[in-house]
Design a protein around this ligand. Structure first.
Ligand code: LLP
Length: 416
């Protein structure tokens, strides 16, 4: 479900023509639907309702303050991976007791800050990190609550860059080492081992690897009679970008809840893409259409890999649609950006009705890992983020200016 659809021949977001929004705002820009965002959260929450889960939105997928706040207002917590995300999470008004913190490389200062701010749980990813958390907590004369992120060695069928749960990946702790940690819990006197965490990858539409991973973790907990309060089953729930089979929150829950029922555990989920992915689009303008020597046609738009990196980095598929619907014989195009890299594209060999310079295109499913992965490469200011909110379009992050590009830079006086 999402709130971007054609009606009366034009693409609308929550009933508002995107074409009009594009006329009033310089392109490229991200456009989110508040309604889609909160509906996705509510549906997942309802699907797992019998366990009253804490859903910590994975803010690495989309960390705009309004997006986080919209979800926090619904009762969500946040899954963070850095001191910067902790800062944002608190600015967004997230209660610290709803924050969980993963990352293989937490720095001492980041750990100290998170302990002082009293976050709910660190998802610890190695023994040296656990020792560091214990040491920092001791110095602060505090206790740190920790969940052990186990690596269940389960392969999920997704892009190799976004699989995290096999023994080849840098994430989590193997089961043998996790066992040692729980056996020697009293060695870490300023740490409370409160839970286990597992996250096997991203954009996984098949429930089977989740079932495998969670079963392995529970078997581990049962066999060693480990006493924990929380089980965090991570994120990774896939969405529809092209022809994937949609798996609903209810379907996921129907596979996962039977494993967890009756154990008295508190449940955390960390979805990012499932909530934000289809709640946002990238709107860009066609600058030129050109035909190469071989007859290949290029649509050159004003958004590039610096605005949306996923196609270039993962060969990810994003649907691209004109804002004005038409039934014309499709032509085959590469949709490319202005960045000076051959890998700068939004789509290759894509069939679209004939496109003309000056018209707008929407890149669908850009709400997760879109703006957050944008960069200033080629000195391109990052685009604005807009949100459709109850019948109005509001700016939730202004487009960057040229001045923003040089913030903090200076010419050495010796060079002047
Ligand atoms: N929890 C942990 C520990 C994670 O590492 C991640 C994502 C999530 C939750 C949220 O995963 P999600 O529900 O969004 O799948 N940039 C890539 C995705 C990287 C995912 C990293 N970890 C992309 O554009 O596909």
């Amino acid at each position: 479900m999402h709130d971007f659809a054609y009606s009366d021949g034009v693409l609308k977001c929550e009933g508002m023509p995107v074409q009009e929004i594009a006329r009033n705002n310089p392109t490229p820009f991200y456009l989110y639907s508040y309604h889609t965002l909160v509906e996705h959260y509510r549906k997942l929450k309802a699907a797992f309702a019998e366990m009253d889960p804490l859903i910590c939105f994975s803010m690495k997928s989309s960390s705009n303050l309004s997006i986080c706040r919209a979800l926090v207002n619904e009762g969500a917590g946040l899954d963070i991976v850095s001191g910067g995300e902790l800062f944002r999470a608190l600015k967004a008004g997230c209660p610290p007791e709803k924050i969980v913190y993963a990352s293989v490389g937490k720095k001492e200062e980041e750990i100290a800050e998170a302990i002082k701010k009293k976050i709910n749980l660190f998802n610890v990813e190695s023994v040296p990190e656990l020792i560091m958390i214990d040491t920092v907590a001791k110095k602060l004369n505090k206790k740190a609550r920790v969940a052990v992120r186990v690596n269940p060695d389960v392969k999920a069928d997704t892009h190799e860059y976004i699989t995290t749960g096999t023994s080849e990946n840098k994430f989590g702790i193997d089961l043998k080492t996790a066992e040692d940690i729980f056996d020697n819990a009293n060695k870490y006197s300023n740490v409370e081992l409160k839970g286990v965490h597992v996250h096997i990858g991203s954009q996984i539409t098949d429930p089977a690897p989740f079932v495998d991973a969670i079963s392995k973790v529970l078997e581990f907990v049962d066999e060693r009679s480990i006493s924990i309060e929380w089980i965090n089953i991570g994120g990774g729930l896939g969405i529809v970008y092209s022809d994937e089979k949609a798996t609903t929150g209810d379907e996921f829950a129907s596979y996962i809840l039977p494993l967890l029922r009756g154990r008295g555990l508190k449940l955390i989920l960390e979805p990012g893409r499932f909530i934000a992915g289809n709640a946002g689009i990238l709107v860009c303008k066609v600058l030129y259409v050109k035909t190469g020597a071989t007859g290949k046609k290029f649509i050159i738009v004003d958004a590039g890999m610096n605005d949306l990196l996923r196609p270039s980095l993962y060969e990810a598929y994003h649907r691209i649609v004109p804002l004005v619907e038409r039934k014309a014989e499709p032509r085959r195009y590469d949709v490319v950006g202005p960045v000076c890299e051959s890998g700068d594209y939004l789509a290759l060999d894509r069939d679209l009705p004939e496109v003309v310079p000056g018209e707008y295109l929407a890149v669908m499913g850009a709400g997760a890992y879109g703006f957050v992965m944008a960069s200033n490469y080629n000195s391109r200011p990052r685009p604005a983020e807009l949100m459709a909110y109850k019948g109005e379009v509001r700016t939730i992050r202004a487009a960057e200016s040229y001045k923003d590009l040089i913030r903090g830079e200076k010419i050495l006086k010796e060079l002047k």
